[in-house]
Design a protein. Structure first.
Length: 151
């Protein structure tokens, strides 16, 4: 089985000139937690996840490990949560999206896809064909297609 056999399409995506507000709206409307960012040629140039957004709206902290407990040392952050959340919505998606994207080709074997998702500890894997975004595969897609015949 190959990526093309299990990938979801069309892909919910965001373009590089859109705001984080658009991303959050797509997350909410589609019940998803990550999106590929594409350029005008539908080439994957970044990926944005709910975790990327969380890092911007949460208080910035340094963590020190001390006898089984994490002790939080809060840096000087006088800006409130609502202000940070409002600010992040107006950012361009490229300001916080990860530019180093793990992706795969449309003809990659499911075993290799499972290994990539597991080893890289990522939830979704964009799929390309000739450099263009054609689908996306989640961990759930791999599990369903791997075990549905055995159950």
């Amino acid at each position: 089985m190959k990526a093309q056999d299990i990938m979801k399409k069309p892909v919910i995506k965001v373009e590089k000139n859109e705001t984080v507000r658009t991303v959050v709206e797509k997350f909410i409307d589609n019940g998803i937690s990550g999106l590929p960012v594409v350029n005008e040629n539908n080439h994957i140039i970044a990926y944005i996840s709910d975790g990327d957004i969380m890092r911007y709206i949460g208080k910035h902290k340094d963590f020190v490990y001390e006898s089984f407990f994490f002790i939080s040392l809060v840096k000087g952050d006088d800006e409130g949560y609502d202000k940070r959340a409002e600010k992040v919505l107006n950012l361009n998606v490229m300001e916080i999206a990860k530019r180093k994207v793990v992706k795969t080709e449309w003809d990659t074997n499911i075993e290799d896809i499972a290994a990539i998702l597991g080893e890289r500890q990522i939830k979704k894997l964009p799929v390309e064909k000739n450099g263009e975004l054609v689908g996306i595969i989640s961990r759930g897609d791999v599990i369903r297609h791997s075990f549905e015949m055995l159950l």
